[in-house]
Design a protein around this ligand. Structure first.
Ligand code: SF4
Length: 246
């Protein structure tokens, strides 16, 4: 760990979070939804698909089947036909068919007014990231979801060296105050999409550059070489195994 362990990682986190909060004051989920069930569906669909594409798909899907009971009436093939323009749509249709039947049988049309992480993660196709997104954005329960953007920015900032999304989420939850978990998720996603790109991070425009041990390291030489130290090997942005796309 380049920043010297847990105490090193903690250094700079508080001011960096304040800078991100100031830079992205309106950061929130870009997925359209009216109910917790709809957010769960949209989040399942969002893996390896843009939020804009998911919103197009859910606009027509929820128009026809807005709740779990209505969706449970559809076969896997019916669902595939309605989400065909989404990446991984075969697997997602299978998961949504199974999940809608489970939810409809257990709770009815909607998810209950209060739900636990364990109950969410027991649903087909719902992992820790999806459960965290639903808990934080539909239930107001503190949770920090790690997608590919959060993973990349957190690693560049030295806030985690974990190899997978779940352990990265554990590291971030230790570093970031609980009351900021949900917001930090949105700040890091927004920063990853807008500034700290996978291939060409715009370190010169970065509000957290002063706390980043990788400032300039991943900037392309063609763009001026950034502030990469002479002779320092360029490393690609971390590519996590099994990290959900944002
Ligand atoms: S300084 Fe560069 S690498 Fe570090 S967080 Fe900012 S954009 Fe990303």
């Amino acid at each position: 760990m380049s920043t010297g362990g847990a105490s090193g990682r903690r250094r700079g986190v508080k001011p960096a979070l304040a800078a991100l909060a100031a830079a992205y004051p309106d950061a929130r989920t870009a997925l359209d939804f009216s109910t917790p069930w709809q957010l769960l569906v949209a989040t399942v669909l969002s893996a390896q698909c843009t939020d804009q594409r998911v919103n197009i798909i859910t606009a027509r899907l929820f128009g026809e089947c807005p709740d779990a009971v209505a969706m449970a009436r559809l076969s896997v093939e019916d669902l595939e036909a309605r989400i065909f323009d989404c990446g991984l749509y075969h697997a997602k249709a299978r998961h949504l068919a199974a999940t809608s039947r489970t939810v409809a049988a257990r709770w009815g049309a909607e998810l209950p007014a209060a739900i636990t992480r364990e109950e969410l993660e027991a649903l087909p196709g719902v992992g820790r990231k999806t459960a965290s997104v639903v808990l934080a954005n539909a239930y107001g329960v503190p949770a920090l979801a790690v997608d590919t953007h959060v993973f990349r920015v957190a690693h560049r900032l030295g806030w985690s060296a974990a190899k997978d999304a779940n352990h990265t989420a554990d590291d971030l939850c230790h570093l970031i105050p609980r009351r900021q978990w949900a917001a930090a998720h949105h700040w890091l996603i927004r920063h990853g999409r807008k500034i700290c790109h996978a291939r060409r991070p715009a370190c010169g425009q970065c509000v957290v550059a002063r706390w980043c041990p990788r400032i300039g390291v991943d900037e392309p030489a063609a763009a001026g070489g950034g502030r990469r130290a002479a002779g320092r090997p360029r490393r690609a942005a971390p590519v996590p195994p099994g990290v959900p796309a944002g």
